[in-house]
Ligand binder design. Structure first.
Ligand SMILES: Cc1cc2nc3c(=O)[nH]c(=O)nc-3n(C[C@H](O)[C@H](O)[C@H](O)COP(=O)(O)OP(=O)(O)OC[C@H]3O[C@@H](n4cnc5c(N)ncnc54)[C@H](O)[C@@H]3O)c2cc1C
Ligand code: SF4
Length: 508
């Protein structure tokens, strides 16, 4: 029997590796995985660097590790079963749609068998979620409260600690001008990680035909993500000690030049299994209990990890394969090239896209209210934006990117989102400092120099009226729609067309 650790399940301190200390371990590093999409080089350095480091750590701890650097998974498994005929692999159940069947058939074609064990990277099992959800539509808030009760996190008997389930009213603040967040942690990498980064650069840069800019993520900053369990634990400590207190109040705020704000930067470690959600949550709660961080920040953070992350995983599991191509609004515009190049005068969009090009990261509100919001009001086909997010982000995996982009960002399916997150410059201006340095006029909707978000926003409401007007959560927006006369609508439609033409030409 062999424990097979796949590249996105690098859990060492629990799961099959810990439970079967005498079994050998298999890791398959397949180049074909890296060629599926024009991934950001930091994503490839992260996954391959973390796999290589884990190989060395396990060997140092006396484990037998077979590390196969091969073209495809088929090659890796064939080589494994040639050396160990009729072996049985034990591996964590995968999240990606159809992956279980693909793995079963690959292993059986290569001459072995495979056993799946539960995924330690989540708190809520499929059975638990399905029992909670039944056949009905699911709401995140109800799920989150269910999980609080199930786990007892931030609970005082049957009631939420502090008396409220959420502190959203305290968590929408704009930081004062003299505020600056603590610097993100940095890590000393050994030769393995440097060599991996160089190999990624040499092997994959510019090596993609589609799309035209794929594989050319500009000039990335140095790699900055934890690749070992030790580094990930340090990242968690750093966050809880220096950033968590401000996480709550400023979690929805954006500021040019502050790419991390007070976000945790823990998604890569959680998604790879270097950290597990329960330990992250418990560490944050401890900090509340010892009085070092306020409840609104800790509750806001627990909501993200215990609520949203778990919820998205199960929505994906239940709604695939339809979710990946869902497009209930019939949006059919191609993804503008500016998502790949960052080449636009729009200060908000260009800053956020540049950040993705440099770091493979932007925080949640930039993803939702700048990148996805622009795609939504512009009318980008959801699957195209999903592909871009999947390629560009260090923390992107199909199970988490898809529900976030297709459903939360672009309102593609209506399975849990109750309305589209469409917003104009008014929102961007309220939550950021971008507009003050932008050549576009935030208050203008049409005419020369008008902010593109404005005309596109109204055009979005207009062209999707049949589907959206009856939604009671859109009532206020449609009351503003009704206040516009025909002449205004003509100007808005004309400006929206002009913006699409400018974007297609690369002149926006
Ligand atoms: C359009 C769009 C695309 C996204 N794509 C991804 C993705 O590919 N991978 C990914 O991990 N997250 C994705 N998210 C969710 C969220 O934006 C990121 O998890 C978060 O920004 C990661 O940064 P952080 O670790 O600093 O998070 P923090 O803001 O510090 O939040 C703490 C943790 O909560 C979890 N979390 C928070 N919100 C979500 C959510 N909506 N879904 C799942 N987990 C959540 C993450 O594990 C995160 O590390 C996306 C959100 C949107 C709107
Ligand atoms: S004016 Fe418009 S384009 Fe410019 S930063 Fe504000 S919202 Fe973005």
């Amino acid at each position: 029997m062999t424990v097979w650790l796949r590249g996105d399940h690098l859990v060492r301190h629990r799961g099959p590796v810990a439970r079967r200390p005498d079994e050998r371990v298999l890791l398959v590093e397949a180049e074909s995985f890296a060629r599926k999409l024009p991934y950001h080089p930091h994503k490839l350095t992260l996954v391959f660097g973390a796999m290589r480091r884990l190989r060395d750590e396990l060997r140092e701890a006396g484990r037998t590790v077979h590390y196969r650097q091969v073209g495809t998974f088929e090659d890796g498994l064939t080589a494994h079963f040639e050396t160990h005929p009729d072996d049985r692999l034990v591996t964590t159940a995968p999240q990606a749609d159809g992956a279980r069947e693909r793995i079963e058939s690959l292993v059986s074609d290569a001459g072995g068998t495979v056993e799946f064990v539960p995924d330690e990277r989540f708190c809520c099992s499929p059975e638990q979620f399905d029992e909670w959800a039944g056949d009905g539509r699911y709401r995140h808030e109800n799920f989150y409260r269910f999980m609080r009760r199930e786990t007892g996190y931030l609970m005082d008997g049957g009631d939420p600690v502090g008396g409220e389930w959420n502190y959203d009213d305290q968590n929408r603040e704009t930081p004062p001008a003299d505020w600056s967040p603590a610097d993100p942690p940095s890590f000393d990498y050994d030769d393995i990680v440097h060599e991996t980064a160089a190999w990624v650069e040499q092997t994959f840069a510019g090596g993609y035909e589609d799309p035209p800019y794929g594989g050319d993520w500009a000039d990335p900053e140095p790699f900055r993500w934890p690749v070992t369990r030790r580094q990930a634990v340090r990242a968690l400590d750093h966050f809880v000690t220096h950033r968590l207190a401000d996480f709550g109040p400023y979690q929805d705020a954006m500021r040019g030049g502050e790419w991390a704000m007070s976000h945790s930067l823990l998604s890569t470690s959680l998604n790879l299994g270097l950290l597990l959600p329960d330990e992250v949550i418990e560490r944050a709660i401890e900090a509340y209990e010892d009085g070092s961080v306020p409840l609104n920040s800790v509750e806001g953070f627990v909501r993200q990890v215990l609520g949203w992350r778990e919820f998205m995983r199960h929505v994906y599991r239940r709604e695939m394969p339809d979710l990946a191509t869902a497009n209930q609004l019939g949006a059919d515009e191609p993804l503008p090239e500016l998502y790949w190049t960052g080449d636009t005068d729009m200060a908000c969009l260009s800053d956020v896209v540049d950040g993705v090009r440099e770091r493979g990261y932007s925080h949640h509100i930039e993803r939702l209210m700048i990148l996805a919001n622009f795609g939504l009001v512009y009318g980008v086909e959801p699957a195209q934006l999903n592909r871009w997010f999947h390629a560009g982000y260090v923390d992107a995996f199909h199970w988490v990117t898809t529900p976030n982009v297709v459903e939360m960002g672009l309102y593609g399916a209506g399975v849990f989102a109750t309305k589209p997150y469409a917003a104009s410059a008014n929102y961007v201006d309220k939550m950021s400092d971008y507009c003050s340095g932008c050549p576009y006029y935030k208050t203008k909707t049409t005419g020369e120099g008008a902010c593109p978000f404005n005309a596109l926003y109204w055009d979005f409401l207009d062209r999707n009226e049949d589907q959206l007007r009856s939604n009671h959560r859109m009532g206020l927006m449609y009351s503003h729609v009704d206040n516009k006369d025909e002449e205004e609508w003509n100007d808005i439609r004309e400006r929206a067309d002009e913006i699409r033409t400018l974007a297609e030409r690369g002149d926006l």
